[in-house]
Design a protein around this ligand. Structure first.
Ligand code: FES
Length: 73
């Protein structure tokens, strides 16, 4: 499976792929229990760096889509 980082509209970054390690600024790896996993980008999660769904209640809005002429085949 290809590693993929997908941006959810008004939500987290969803990481797919078995060969991805999540490393903190000290070089230590997080234990990732399940895949795919979602990373918070709204700042409201109580379980950072993971998304806990709090973006919905926080009213997080981020709907910037990639240019359509760069879409994957
Ligand atoms: S993106 Fe989901 S809690 Fe922040």
């Amino acid at each position: 499976m290809v590693t993929e980082l997908k941006i959810r509209q008004d939500g987290p970054l969803v990481v797919s792929g078995e060969d991805v390690a999540l490393i903190d600024w000290n070089g230590n790896a997080y234990s990732v229990e399940k895949r795919p996993f979602a990373l918070c980008r709204c700042g409201a999660s109580q379980n950072k760096p993971f998304c806990d769904g709090a973006h919905s209640g926080a009213g997080f809005v981020a709907g910037e889509a990639a240019p359509t002429d760069k879409a994957l085949p």
